[in-house]
Design a protein around this ligand. Structure first.
Ligand code: MRU
Length: 361
């Protein structure tokens, strides 16, 4: 029997091969191909092309990627090492603009080098290795905590709607939005999950529904424009989504279409929860309109999933990869530190106080 996708690491460091190991998510669900990437160009392309995707997984991939870049640096002086390290860091940071985890993880890696000024490159490489592994391990712990807190908000048998994929395939394990479902499943609970297909790259159809079916969850795939009907039918008790960057006021950027789901949820009186590890909260950004939204190629809309182009040649295409859900549409933001409710401008600060005081999740 083929190996269950959930037993394969989404993103890891292969110590022997000195490679970034990922599942190529562009090929799922049809083909499970594991990639071992060593060159910076390949790692950049893997992030840009969404072979590894989802904010936390991108962060972990970048941390491992920049560690691998450091390994290749042959400079013997600290300054020489740092300047090449910084170049590699900036290169990986330019692979995608919206998910703050990419910058957060790379900044953490850079801090290791800066805090050990004057250290030998050999020692710096060791320290960078340990930091990359820590970033990866912490992701598992954080996602599990988000799952535990999310479970407090739902009951066995509930219908849950999700958009895009903020599941295990977007993290190291468990996911964020789908963590409560995975944890609940481990405990014998059964939720009914509705996956929006998530045009144009179909992360809901190809990834979330695959992940949910693989976990043995009662899964229903719907086209994005069916969500309203499903909500109206009374089948959805809660919406759970992930996010790529939360601003200090609680506005949350997530996969394109998320804000529409939030608007519909409000209309039907359904709670709308955003699951966000603190690594996805960017307190330096005041509000959602300041978040850079990635725009992608027209072909993803017009050609990618069709035998022939399905739109007339020359038509203008607008293809933003994310949108911003305004904070007033969000019932709660679930972090590893618990369930945060409005007013977010005040309450998100409290989350970071807990984090800075090393309080438990
Ligand atoms: O373009 P993608 O597939 O990287 O977009 C992913 C999402 O929008 C996820 O919901 C988000 O990154 C959270 S993943 C836990």
């Amino acid at each position: 029997m083929a190996e269950n996708i959930l037993s394969i690491d989404t993103v890891a460091l292969d110590e022997e091969k000195k490679a970034l190991k990922i599942i190529d998510q562009t090929q799922l669900p049809g083909k499970v191909e594991i990639l071992y990437l060593t060159s910076q160009e390949d790692i950049y392309q893997a992030i840009y092309l969404l072979k590894v995707r989802g904010a936390p997984a991108i962060g972990v991939a970048a941390a491992i990627g920049v560690y691998l870049a450091a390994l290749d640096i042959e400079e013997s002086s600290y300054d020489g090492f740092y300047s090449l390290f910084k170049k590699a860091k900036d290169y990986l940071a330019s692979s995608r603009p919206t998910a703050v985890n990419l910058f957060w993880a790379l900044d953490r890696m850079e801090r290791v080098v800066l805090e050990h000024k004057g250290e030998s490159p050999a020692k710096l490489k060791e320290l960078l290795h340990d930091e990359a592994i820590r970033i990866r391990d912490e992701d598992i712990e954080v996602c599990k905590a988000i799952g535990e807190h999310g479970l407090e908000l739902i009951r066995d048998g509930d219908g849950i709607l999700t958009h895009c994929n903020a599941g295990q395939l977007a993290t190291v394990r468990y996911g964020t939005a789908l963590a409560p479902v995975h944890l609940g499943r481990e405990r014998g609970m059964n939720f009914k999950v509705f996956c929006d297909e998530t045009r144009p790259l179909l992360q809901g159809a190809r990834l979330s529904s695959f992940e949910m079916v693989s976990a043995g969850v009662d899964t229903t795939l719907i086209c994005d424009n069916m969500a309203s009907m499903v909500m109206k039918n009374g089948w959805v008790k809660a919406c759970f989504v992930g996010c790529d960057r939360v601003a200090a006021n609680g506005d949350a950027a997530n996969k394109i279409g998320t804000s529409g789901v939030a608007i519909m949820a409000k209309h039907y009186g359904i709670p709308f929860y955003v699951c966000a590890p603190t690594s996805t909260i960017d307190m330096s950004i005041k509000e959602g309109r300041d978040i850079v939204i990635e725009e992608r190629k027209a072909g993803e809309v017009t050609d990618m999933w069709y035998r022939e182009p399905m739109a007339p040649e020359g038509v203008k295409v607008y293809n933003p990869a994310f949108d911003v859900t305004e904070h007033m549409l969000i019932t709660a933001i679930i972090t590893e530190f618990g369930i945060t409710r409005p007013p977010y401008s005040e309450n998100l600060k409290l989350v970071f106080q807990k984090k800075n005081n090393n309080l438990p999740h």
